[in-house]
Design a protein around this ligand. Structure first.
Ligand code: SF4
Length: 229
């Protein structure tokens, strides 16, 4: 189960009860609240660049708050602590700087996901074509070579994200086939088109989960994870 928000830590009561139902739990957090102990859990702290860039994307003062939260996590905290950066056209030239900031922290590793635009997205976050995105993917591939233990993005999943391969993956999206997105609206669950919403541009999707699943399906290792108690 992947718990996402909003901010899942705003509802520790739901997390505590819900996490008991699943073999593995991942909580994606904006890092402004202290994490709580949950069974078999990985915490993913969202951080999108060095201070100025991160705060331009995620809000003033966010970088410091995330770093403060990570630094306060006790050594014996049982959950895995990692970070995830959403790579965009705006932060693509600052990725190594971010890696160097995060390596000495309590974070055990990090992954890179790539921006998933909406269909009419004209912001400065999107590359607007897969070919234009390639330079950023190649940067992450180079960082993976340089910091193999800290960067947990899977090498093959990055190859699949290159323009020559990406559409083959997204045209038959493994996330759409294998992941059930549930969105809690009041007390009702609604079922969006995919984990990234309803009006998404699949042709430019760079969600790590899509390409991670594709790589796992390709090498046959996906189902080696425990899937039931
Ligand atoms: S936008 Fe959603 S459905 Fe489309 S490729 Fe990405 S994860 Fe799959």
């Amino acid at each position: 189960m992947q718990w996402m928000g909003g901010e899942p830590l705003l509802r520790p009561d739901v997390l505590r009860e819900g996490a008991k139902l699943f073999t593995r739990n991942t909580v994606t957090t904006n890092g402004t609240l202290d994490p709580i102990e949950l069974p078999n859990c990985t915490y993913v702290f969202s951080i999108d660049g060095p201070p100025e860039l991160n705060d331009a994307i995620r809000g003033k003062g966010t970088f410091k708050r995330v770093m403060d939260t990570i630094s306060k996590i006790p050594e014996k905290f049982a959950s895995t602590v990692m970070c995830q950066c959403v790579v965009t056209k705006r932060n693509e030239d600052s990725l190594e700087e971010l890696v160097q900031i995060l390596r000495p922290t309590r974070a055990e590793g990090m992954t890179f996901s790539f921006y998933v635009p909406q269909r009419e997205d004209r912001s400065d976050l999107t590359w607007s074509s897969l070919i234009r995105r390639d330079r950023a993917v190649q940067t992450v591939m180079r960082l993976k070579e340089k910091y193999p233990d800290f960067i947990w993005s899977n090498r093959r999943s990055l190859e699949l994200m290159l323009s020559e391969n990406a559409k083959t993956v997204t045209d038959n999206c493994p996330s759409k086939r294998l992941i059930l997105p549930l969105y809690l609206q009041g007390s009702e669950f609604v079922n969006p088109y995919c984990c990234y919403g309803n009006d998404v541009d699949c042709d430019l999707c760079g969600a790590w989960v899509v390409f991670w699943l594709a790589a796992k399906l390709e090498d046959g290792s996906l189902w080696s994870y425990p899937t039931s108690r």
